[in-house]
Ligand binder design. Structure first.
Ligand code: 1CP
Length: 341
């Protein structure tokens, strides 16, 4: 691979500078994304390998990031299991058949990896386009976060129904979580077999949980998934919003990298984790709305904190917002790439 900065940093090996990629880089803040999006539905884009590849390549060609991320969504596993998924503009993901009781849960299938072959096909098209220039990151949603969408029937502010399920019917919750975990293992191993170079598990909404509930309903399943992957040579990144609190548990699950939200001082988190666990993060994405001078200062401040540290991937603390100016993102990436440890 011509540029393997991300892989080396993820394995905590020395790099000349931190690698950079941006969560949710493959999309919505780019005019070129909307030119494609206006012609197809979101699921059509995910399920057509050539289109998924076109979108995956946009930030590679236009921003010069150090890694590509597969264009897909965390909810494709739930869809393959039987969730009737649609994405409505401005509303986000919705399931027409939310999972609310045992009968609903029984209908969720786990022998579904064949239905996700379109992702393997997309990975192969993207790899041809990348020609070994930079690594390709694959991903999946973590069981708790996927469960929350299945139970709520879509996005949620407070995860009320999901928490009610965890608290009143923990056995039913575990039954569904185990099903999602098994599908996720098959799905990520499919991505590895298709030639993905790194993986990220998104537990985006785990911050809604207490420490004990995180251990029981999130950490347990993420640990299970990481233990079942054919990981040789493929580093694994664990992301959750709430990582300022949960980082020690996240590291116990044995990913190679813990992705850190912007609440924490990244150096403190790095120093608190076992040797050999890398960190990713953790610029507040809202900084990218600010003046270029501020963007530069904030990035350089983060780098001063991380100077001399192997095992550091530059990213935002969470996904980029759709209305952030493209120019600012491009500038931020230039600033990162000028830096030397
Ligand atoms: O860079 C990329 O955009 C890569 C592809 C990608 C990824 C990694 C998409 C495309 N979605 C995701 C992950 C994802 N999807 C997460 C985890 C990341 C995070 O926490 O930011 C989550 C929570 C989702 C669920 C989801 N899908 C949402 C969020 C809704 C909510 O509850 O806040 C939305 C809006 C979607 C649809 C979606 N996924 C991806 C895109 C480009 C879109 C928008 C579709 C459109 O254009 O209408």
């Amino acid at each position: 691979m011509q540029n393997d900065l991300l892989i080396r940093a993820a394995f905590s090996q020395p790099t000349e500078r931190p690698p950079v990629w941006i969560m949710r880089q493959a999309g919505r803040f780019m005019k070129e994304y909307w030119d494609i999006k206006n012609r197809y539905s979101f699921l059509e884009m995910c399920k057509t390998p050539e289109i998924a590849a076109d979108v995956t390549m946009l930030p590679v060609d236009l921003l010069g990031v150090d890694a590509a991320i597969l264009f897909s969504d965390i909810l494709v596993t739930a869809e393959a299991m039987g969730g009737q998924l649609s994405f409505e503009q401005g509303v986000g993901p919705q399931f027409a058949n939310p999972v609310r009781n045992r009968a609903d849960a029984e209908t969720l299938r786990t022998d579904v990896v064949d239905k996700l072959q379109y992702v393997g096909d997309a990975i192969q098209v993207i790899r041809q386009r990348l020609q070994g220039r930079i690594p390709l990151i694959g991903f999946a949603g973590a069981p708790f976060t996927v469960l929350s969408y299945l139970v709520e029937g879509g996005s949620s502010k407070d995860f009320k129904r999901t928490k009610l399920l965890l608290h009143n019917e923990p056995e039913l919750a575990h039954f569904i979580l185990q099903k999602i975990a098994d599908v996720t293992v098959d799905y990520l191993n499919l991505q590895i077999a298709a030639g993905i170079n790194a993986l990220q598990l998104f537990d985006s909404w785990a911050l809604a949980l207490s420490w004990d509930d995180y251990k029981t309903f999130a950490h347990h399943y993420n640990t299970y998934i990481f233990s079942k992957l054919n990981r040789a040579g493929v580093p694994v990144i664990s992301f959750c919003k709430g990582s300022s609190v949960f980082a020690p548990l996240m590291a116990e699950a044995k990913p190679n990298v813990v992705s850190v939200d912007w609440n924490a001082d990244l150096r403190h988190v790095k120093d608190s984790l076992p040797h050999g666990v890398a960190v990713q993060g953790n610029l507040d994405p809202f900084v990218l709305y600010a003046d270029k001078k501020v963007i530069r200062e904030k990035i350089l401040h983060l780098f001063e904190r991380m100077r001399g540290q192997d095992g550091f991937i530059f990213n935002l603390g969470h996904g980029i917002m759709p209305d952030i100016p493209f120019d600012n993102v491009k500038y931020a990436i230039e600033v990162v790439k000028e830096f030397r440890f």
